[in-house]
Design a protein around this ligand. Structure first.
Ligand code: ZN
Length: 159
């Protein structure tokens, strides 16, 4: 079967920056997703469309097609009191929160007295990235998976 909307696709992948340095890889943890569910970088989903199991490719994507362009409005300050456990809050901490109607991952930039500076941009924002991808499985999604919006089983979601 080829990769079409609602197919469950499993991939092995490596992501390199524009200098060829590997910045992320599956490292044995294959990734399963439902095609068309906007789980992957948009350009990568597009590139996988119509491919088959075993397909191997290298695709270079501009930030707009990868993890987005930096938005300085996502850099903001919050109060230390807003955190459940303020002793945990230190630069580099990543957490998710809904501060503007959308759940995002934020990274703590600095903590000064009661003020915490956070950044909601993806760490790979503004980067042109090269994805080395091998498709290792393509199958139909079960009705349950489509209902839940995520993949069940070995490389997916465990309930
Ligand atoms: Zn589920």
């Amino acid at each position: 079967m080829t990769i079409i909307k609602d197919a469950v696709v499993t991939i092995d992948y490596t992501i390199k920056d524009s200098e060829g340095k590997i910045i992320e890889s599956a490292d044995g943890e294959l990734l399963s997703y439902i095609h068309g569910s906007q789980t992957l970088a948009p350009g990568l989903e597009k590139a996988l469309e119509g491919k088959e199991n075993g397909h191997q490719m290298e695709v270079t994507l501009a930030p707009e097609e990868a993890f987005g362009v930096r938005d300085e409005e996502l850099v903001r300050e919050v109060s230390l009191e807003d955190f459940e456990d303020s002793s945990e809050v230190s630069p580099g901490l990543v957490f998710h929160a809904d501060l503007d109607g959308e759940v995002r991952f934020y990274t703590v930039l600095s903590v000064e007295d009661d003020t915490v500076a956070i950044d909601g941009n993806h760490p790979f924002a503004d980067k042109t990235l090269t994805f080395d991808v091998t498709v290792t499985e393509v199958r139909e999604a079960s009705e349950e998976e489509l209902e839940h919006g995520h993949v069940h089983g070995e490389h997916g979601h465990h309930h």
